[in-house]
Design a protein around this ligand. Structure first.
Ligand code: PBG
Length: 329
């Protein structure tokens, strides 16, 4: 056969495949979400095999190990005891709360590690919603934003590098930016969960933090999974309000959204491979039906290929450890 074009020539050896590879994936692209709790014990999270809720001392060790393997950042998720949960979520801006203490401990032990915090009320709110809930059961937007600003300021005072509002209230990026700037924290970045979908993939996370809504669902603030134009609108708004990084969440089932926002914005894009995506891979690998290492890398590479600059993934440390052993995937 005298074929004029033979694409297989570019795949014929590992060396040539290395040369023509379009997307790279390394530890430097990964952000490690970590769960934590007060006390001296670590608690394994049943629905997220391999993940723990770390006590502070071990959180510092775990984050340090990930950082030593090349992971640049962690994002913190606290399990708040029921006794501290209130309908006003006041514990979220307590300077002696678990998150500010963790930020201080992490920055002291690992000054080069970027510490990102989640800005939302659900772990602190007795209603389990990201915002304050009215007597009629509505999620109050502007009242919530005022509390989110206090939470962001509290984290900034403790030394957070990046605050990540995951609440999906309207106008929160502009208000948080203004609050930070006014208080002298103009160098604290905002990574906004710009396109956060009302997704069933968050189930294991809510179990890990005991933060599921007590009533109703999150559909009045998180985006309908059927919509893509709405995600572009949210991303454009967050960019205009001063976000430094835009996030899409979940990641794997929303690659089209990552790709569309990549085309529409010049801001860096983060994608969150959420707890349900993690669990699906872990469960399939535990049954012996899938090769965990290969599936994890392929899932992350797909998210990078779609246009994400950085990926929040519970696999971050595991993958970074693999990369430390071999330089190619
Ligand atoms: C809450 C928050 C959630 C996640 C991150 N921040 C859950 C939710 O919105 O209900 C989900 C992360 C995951 O599933 O891994 N503000």
């Amino acid at each position: 056969m005298n074929l004029p074009v033979r694409p297989r020539r570019n795949r014929q050896s590992a060396a040539i495949r290395d040369l023509v590879r379009e997307t790279d994936l390394s530890a430097a692209h990964l952000i490690y979400p970590v769960f934590m709790q007060d006390g001296t014990e670590n608690t394994p999270i049943c629905a997220m095999p391999g993940c723990q809720r770390w006590c502070l001392a071990d959180l510092v060790t775990e984050a340090g190990e990930a950082h030593a393997l090349g992971v640049p950042a962690v994002v913190l998720f606290p399990r708040i005891p029921d006794a501290l949960k209130t309908s006003g979520a006041e514990a979220c801006y307590d300077d002696e709360g678990l998150v500010p203490r963790a930020i201080r401990a992490l920055k002291l032990a690992h000054p080069t590690l970027a510490v990102i915090t989640d800005i939302a009320l659900d772990p602190y709110n007795s209603d389990g919603h990201d915002g304050l809930v009215s007597e009629a059961g509505c999620i109050l937007n502007d009242e919530t934003v005022a509390v989110l600003c206090q939470q962001a300021l509290c984290h900034a005072r403790a030394g957070a590098d990046i605050v990540a509002p995951s609440d999906m209230m309207d106008g929160r990026v502009a208000e948080i930016r203004a609050a930070l700037d006014t208080a002298g924290f103009s160098s604290v970045s905002i990574m906004s969960y710009a396109a956060k979908y009302a997704s069933a993939y968050y189930g294991p996370f809510r179990g890990a933090l005991d933060s599921a809504p007590k009533a109703g669902d999150k559909k009045t603030y998180q985006i309908d999974p059927a919509n893509w134009r709405e995600a572009l609108r949210e991303a454009a708004l967050d960019e205009a309000e001063g976000a430094d990084i835009l996030m899409v969440k979940p990641a794997g089932p929303y690659l089209d959204i990552i790709s569309k926002i990549r085309s529409a914005s010049s801001l860096p894009i983060a994608a969150y491979q959420v707890s349900g995506e993690y669990l699906m891979i872990k469960a399939a690998a535990a049954s012996g039906w899938l090769d965990e290492d290969k599936i994890v890398l392929e899932s992350l590479l797909g998210i990078r290929r779609a246009g994400a600059d950085m990926i929040l993934t519970y696999f971050a440390k595991q993958v970074a450890a693999k990369f430390a052993l071999s330089s190619s995937i």
